[in-house]
Design a protein around this ligand. Structure first.
Ligand SMILES: C[S@@+](CC[C@H](N)C(=O)[O-])C[C@H]1O[C@@H](n2cnc3c(N)ncnc32)[C@H](O)[C@@H]1O
Length: 263
């Protein structure tokens, strides 16, 4: 059977992607053509990968986040635009020469956004996945490999103005409901938050007070009923001024809290 050549003009490639079910077909076609830079063999390889459902960001090696170009290596969680307001809020809360921690940093997109917004501040990050750590470092982030706060410099304890994180928060029973391609390519390590999705969120709540200064802010992405589920923990751990962050549709997207005075 004759091999059908890959279309090399925008409209034809967009039509191919659209017929394969890609919603943002024209934008994706433009990105793939740009990445191929006129090399038809390379274009064929890039488009073939995309047609398997591999994330576009892994194929072209980058994504835009808060107006910044973020390098994305294959295997590393692709930062979502839905997390941008949390990153921007972290910038707002961070004093010019303050210090912030981004836990579970992935590519380092949030840490990089915060560091760019507050160039005089120190921003550190952590992740357990070595591919994520390498990617965040390539994005210019001061990143440490290990579990949550464990690998971070002890000297920062009690001096942090903002802890921010998009940690895994999908309930384990809901993992099979994620997008079809998610686990064909991405790791459950990025998503699995335990039985009700709050296992890692609760650990961050518990460990943040060791690093936060009094009055410092905690910003965490979460969803559904998780803000309510964490209410007792937040109160018991001495957090005050707790607010639920919602998107323009009114859906719960995160929580913000401050560390109160010791009781
Ligand atoms: C949902 S992704 C978010 C990445 C990044 N914050 C973002 O928004 O693009 C969660 C990240 O947490 C990391 N991770 C999972 N468990 C962890 C743990 N116990 N300590 C540190 N990082 C962890 C994963 O490797 C993954 O990179």
């Amino acid at each position: 059977m004759a091999c059908v050549p890959m279309p090399t003009d925008l409209q034809a490639l967009a039509a191919l992607l659209s017929s394969a079910g890609f919603i943002a077909a024209e934008e994706e076609a433009a990105e793939l053509l740009d990445s191929a830079a006129g090399d038809a063999v390379r274009l064929d390889s890039l488009v073939s990968r995309r047609l398997t459902g591999e994330p576009l960001a892994w194929i072209i090696g980058r994504v835009s986040f808060c107006g910044l170009e973020i390098r994305v290596d294959p295997g590393v969680y692709v930062p979502r635009w839905q997390s941008e307001p949390l990153a921007r809020r972290a910038v707002e809360r961070l004093p010019d020469t303050g210090a912030a921690i981004d836990v579970c940093t992935g590519t380092g997109a949030i840490a990089k956004t915060v560091a760019t917004g507050r160039p005089g501040a120190r921003v550190v990050a952590s992740d357990v996945d070595e591919r994520a750590v390498a990617c965040a470092a390539a994005n210019g982030v001061e990143v440490y490999r290990g579990d949550l706060f464990a690998p971070l410099p002890r000297a920062l304890e009690g001096h942090i103005d903002v802890v921010v994180g998009v940690v895994p928060y999908v309930p384990t029973p809901a993992l099979p409901l994620l997008q079809r391609d998610t686990f064909a390519f991405e790791s459950p390590l990025s998503y699995d938050g335990g039985r009700d999705g709050t296992d890692i969120l609760r650990r961050v709540l518990r460990d943040s007070p060791r690093f936060l200064r009094r009055g410092g802010g905690l910003l965490l992405e979460l969803g559904g009923q998780q803000a309510d589920a964490l209410g007792d923990d937040l109160a018991a751990l001495g957090y005050v001024d707790v607010s639920v962050l919602r998107d323009e549709d009114g859906d719960v997207r995160g929580i913000e809290a401050s560390l109160g005075e010791p009781r």
